[in-house]
Design a protein around this ligand. Structure first.
Ligand SMILES: C[S@@+](CC[C@H](N)C(=O)[O-])C[C@H]1O[C@@H](n2cnc3c(N)ncnc32)[C@H](O)[C@@H]1O
Length: 794
């Protein structure tokens, strides 16, 4: 339970972040908590006439909800299957004499990609129709095409409206269901087979190290060169430096560079889905019925406020923050938003009431009375009243913060707290939730309507885009020598300073919030950092965290022999971003895996100490060494293969003529055998692949509908060619899922072996103890190499 000190406060087991699917066993009649009812009735969170219906919903089971994931095109395809095959199949099902409703689309979720299912577990287990649908859901969830996610938890990313060029940070991201949505938005332009290369960025952060691993796992379903995962306390998230754009002022035919150094990366979009008391999740986390007290929220308010304030300081002008909790407590919600808005100028609450027209919610509260102790004492309408009630000798010791209380009515009105959104369980059969959308006012840029030479900023013409080099902020710097310890005097000296440094009223208690000015070490490229150097490591700056034990990030030189061999083998196009390939060791040796990043991720790694950021992973793992003696014996020029999960990112750079085409019959052969011999494949494919050198080959299986199989769209997959056989390089589970989709059943070797094993175990237990090993297939390739069914690289 997240109360006061201890685990809950810093990312441990707050009620809401316990395993989502775990519910405590508790009878309906025990679903009472006097304090809860007293507190929320006193807050008047709802009109009295709705109270019973609200409490009744709180005690009812939460419907199962899920979202079809992936980029628009892939999601649309699977959604069609649900809509056109499963829903009609489930319509009219009767179980134990009662009709059971098929899944229905959540009305407010765009493109109908989210679903709700109000079905008891026993129906899923026993009704043959629902059992089949359940199996489908489990299967597609395992391979990442469907994500089980609470309906209300899908809201924050929708309000952020992320676009592929946005720089985004998810401050408290684990386990990552919202991160996945943000990634999908960044990748909105992906096609069915190829990943787009978004110019934007998503940093998914969580302070809990173990939970960052859940994040990494979750996001591996949508690998992205634009993703970084960090493990930091969000309330003191370090300023990230990136090289300044070389912004030029066109004046006649000459250009004038105004900045060459570094500035702080500011974000377009920030998600603060903060740790909270989680009482909105009572329908799922039943243990909260027993343990709830108003102090849960009080204890988290300070951290929530600091996280939001840190986010506000990292936001670009014109950018947007979504602050959300799954708590109903105004102390964790409106109180945090009000205090944050009062402490940092230039922010306002956005009116999102029409954004999702069929979403039902209630406006944010403008008055409330925090409880001053565990027993729900809610008698003080102002902090002043509360302090006055204490003996004078005790006033200084009070741990309660003024910001727990609402601002005076006129201030609450001017802050427009009613623009916050409260979602209650009885409105649309969901969990309880709170969302507020904060926008930072844009820079005063005056764009001349038909200016041939771009926009005018403060009377000067500038090249587009200005990015986050904020002229007004820089001017302020010139005037104020105290700010950021810098007094740049010439335009070429200008750097953007973290404006946290300009406002110390609520600064995080750490030097972290002050952007370091460029030192010689950071601004002068070392020999290692020059483009011709062999390996380019991540920048080491002061503030390294010696306790951070992850391996370093080292970019390969574009002429690295391993990289060159891959480029040759796959015939990659000239625009392949060879400078953005990294390995995870200090020497830059290509030992096992290679990751691909986009430009902004590379710039961040090169300009920041990865230990200071506590960087857990970056980019998308695209290549891995083909292990085993067989690979060496094949004599492949490149022993590296493209990973199936990395292929979408590499595909745009693989010249089409390099990709072999095959039909669904060949796919079937590859599914049914680990190492089918080349001579067994249909003529055209066989003659195309036989002359190819050993190593990684990319094959496009063309869409087709033939008896017993249906390949709805082209499928591009990596295979490994040995001397006499080939093998499909996709992970076991993905292979099974693909088989079920294309051939209507799991025809893979693994499935056959598993079934065989089951039969054998049964036979063994029946005839007591015959050597099982003898009859279980080993899957040895005909080439005599060791069995090497690819497993997911981690
Ligand atoms: C509400 S959960 C986030 C859920 C997540 N956004 C999702 O959709 O899957 C809150 C998260 O905040 C993390 N957390 C707690 N204190 C933190 C802090 N100071 N900085 C960053 N993360 C923190 C917890 O570990 C937890 O994973």
């Amino acid at each position: 339970m997240a109360r006061g000190k201890g685990k809950g406060r810093r990312g441990g087991k707050t009620p809401q972040n316990r395993d989502t699917y775990k519910v405590d066993i508790i009878e309906k009649e025990d679903m009472h908590n006097e304090k809860f009812e007293k507190y929320y009735k006193a807050q008047k969170i709802l009109p009295e006439c709705e109270w019973e219906s609200f409490m009744e919903s709180m005690r009812g089971p939460l419907p199962t909800t899920f979202r079809v994931t992936g980029s628009r095109q892939t999601a649309a395809l699977l959604n069609e299957t649900i809509q056109e095959t499963h829903v009609p199949h489930l319509a009219g099902v009767v179980f134990e004499g009662e009709p059971v409703a098929p899944p229905k689309q959540i009305s407010w979720y765009p493109d109908g990609l989210a679903w709700q299912l109000n079905v008891e577990k026993k129906v899923l287990r026993k009704s043959p129709e629902f059992k089949k649908f359940h199996n489908f859901l489990v299967f597609e969830t395992e391979v990442g095409n469907i994500s089980r996610q609470e309906a209300v938890s899908m809201l924050p990313p929708l309000f952020l409206e992320v676009q592929p060029h946005h720089r985004v940070i998810d401050m408290c991201a684990a386990p990552g269901s919202k991160t996945a949505q943000l990634l999908e938005a960044l990748h909105a332009h992906d096609t069915i087979t190829a990943s787009s290369f978004p110019s934007g960025l998503l940093i998914a952060n969580d302070s809990d190290n173990k939970r960052t691993h859940m994040l990494i796992h979750q996001s591996s379903r949508l690998p992205s060169p634009a993703l970084m995962v960090t493990n930091h306390d969000a309330s003191i998230y370090p300023a990230i430096k990136i090289p300044s754009e070389q912004i030029a002022f066109p004046s006649g035919t000459k250009t004038r560079v105004i900045s060459k150094k570094q500035h702080q990366l500011l974000f377009d979009r920030i998600l603060c889905d903060v740790p909270c008391s989680g009482d909105g999740t009572l329908r799922k986390n039943l243990g909260i019925w027993k343990s709830w007290t108003p102090m849960d929220g009080n204890g988290l308010h300070g951290l929530q406020l600091r996280i939001l304030q840190r986010a506000m300081r990292m936001l670009k002008k014109g950018g947007r923050i979504v602050y959300s909790t799954c708590s109903l407590n105004p102390v964790e919600n409106e109180a945090v938003v009000a205090a944050a808005l009062k402490s940092i100028p230039d922010f306002q609450l956005a009116d999102m009431s029409n954004h999702l027209p069929s979403l039902q919610f209630r406006p944010g509260m403008t008055t409330w009375t925090p409880s001053v102790d565990r027993s729900v004492v809610v008698d003080y309408s102002t902090y002043h009243d509360f302090i006055q009630s204490l003996p004078e000798s005790k006033r200084a010791d009070s741990k309660l913060l003024q910001s727990y209380w609402p601002p005076p009515p006129d201030e609450a009105e001017s802050l427009r707290l009613t623009r916050c959104m409260r979602i209650y369980p009885h409105l649309q059969d969901t969990g309880g939730f709170f969302v507020a959308v904060l926008e930072r006012k844009p820079s005063p840029v005056r764009v001349q309507p038909h200016s041939p030479n771009g926009p005018i900023v403060e009377g000067k013409r500038v090249a587009e885009p200005i990015e986050e080099l904020d002229m007004t902020e820089q001017k302020k710097l010139k005037l104020d020598p105290e700010v950021g310890r810098a007094t740049p005097t010439t335009e070429s000296d200008l750097i953007e300073i973290d404006d946290a440094a300009a406002d110390d009223s609520v600064a995080p208690p750490s030097e972290e919030n002050v952007t370091e000015l460029p030192t010689t070490e950071m601004t002068t490229p070392s020999a290692e950092d020059t483009p011709t150097s062999k390996k380019r490591g991540s920048a080491k700056t002061k503030g390294s965290d010696i306790h951070f034990k992850e391996n370093p990030y080292t970019f390969l030189s574009p002429d690295d022999p391993v990289l060159q061999a891959c480029i040759l083998q796959l015939n990659l196009s000239q625009d392949f971003p060879a400078t953005n390939m990294l390995v995870r060791n200090p020497t830059g040796d290509t030992i096992r895996s290679v990751w691909l990043t986009n430009d902004i991720v590379r710039q961040i790694i090169e300009n920041n100490d990865y230990t200071r950021m506590r960087l857990m992973t970056a980019g998308s793992k695209v290549m891995a060494k083909q292990e085993g003696a067989a690979a060496k014996r094949d004599g492949a020029a490149s022993q590296f293969r493209i990973l199936s999960e990395g292929l979408p990112a590499m595909l745009p750079y693989i010249k089409p003529e390099t990709i072999l085409t095959a039909d669904v019959v060949s796919l079937k052969i590859l599914m049914e055998n680990y190492y089918p011999v080349l001579s067994g494949f249909p003529g055209p494919f066989r003659s195309a692949i036989e002359p190819k050198a050993a190593g990684c080959i990319i094959v496009k299986f063309e869409k087709s509908q033939i008896e017993g199989s249906s390949l709805a769209h082209d499928l591009v997959l990596p295979i490994w060619k040995s001397n006499v056989s080939i093998t499909l390089m996709i992970e076991k589970k993905a292979k099974s899922a693909l088989s079920s989709r294309v051939f209507g059943e799991d025809i893979t070797t693994a499935a056959r072996e598993a079934a065989q094993k089951k039969r054998d175990t049964l036979a063994i237990s029946e005839s007591a103890g015959q050597g099982a090993e003898e009859i279980i297939s080993t899957g040895t390739p005909p080439d005599g190499g060791e069995p090497a069914e690819p497993t997911k690289d981690v």
